[in-house]
Design a protein around this ligand. Sequence first.
Ligand code: PEP
Ligand code: MN
Length: 263
Amino acid sequence: MEAIKTEIVQHVVNVNGLQIGGGELVVMAGPCAVEDEETLLAAAGAVKEAGAQVLRGGAYKPRTSPKAFQGLGQAGLEMLAKAAKATGLAIVTEVMDTRNVDEVAAVADILQVGSRNMQNTALLKEVGKTNKPVLLKRGMSSTVEEWLLAAEYILDAGNPDVILCERGIRTFETALRNTLDLSAVSLLKELSGLPVVVDPSHGTGKRSLVAPMSRAAVAAGADGLVIEVHPNPEKASCDGPQSLTPPEFAGLMGQVRRVREAL
Ligand code: PEP
Ligand code: MN
């Protein structure tokens, strides 16, 4: 594939003074979904203490089954705002619908466009009109080229602050939830100047593989990581099997720092 730009200039996304793509490894961590205030505050405190800079958590959840927990919506956004205030962490949370962009942008420091919406062009244009950075997750069956073209929708709408997130793709391999495409991370560094982060939680679906794939992602050149962390994964309303406990997350942070320093 040809490079989108002939000369690749690294774009640094600034989130309230935090630089993504500027050399520092940025870690976004927290539960899959915002479930209740107490659990969110516990998760936020734990990930902050371990060194994460951004709290993740979905208030609007894209679930495969309509019967599954769909997220707390506006109430969840309010809990995220409280957690941000309590910890000083920046917030990344998903927006799924053009009608909710303003509401989510009022709380989020980074707007997440999830895998299922990577080619929702109406949503891409709408987040492109905001002044909030956008975490654009790779569509689960999308090529790198389609992903970069989706990013262009946001850039062309006037928002230069796109962060690409590799979260695994569907392949013939069914042993894991997804196949984490770490070669795409190194390739994107040749094709685009946008920051690239990796989500090994959704990329593998398996707790024990999150740390090794995090280390590999950093070695491949990732600018950051997105990690699901829950104070009690057994009780999580979604994605418990891939969520780390706070001590496991603290261990991962030490490991990825050492990989980063060795590069
Ligand atoms: C998420 O990060 O909350 C999520 C739903 O992930 P994905 O869009 O990658 O499936
Ligand atoms: Mn999840």
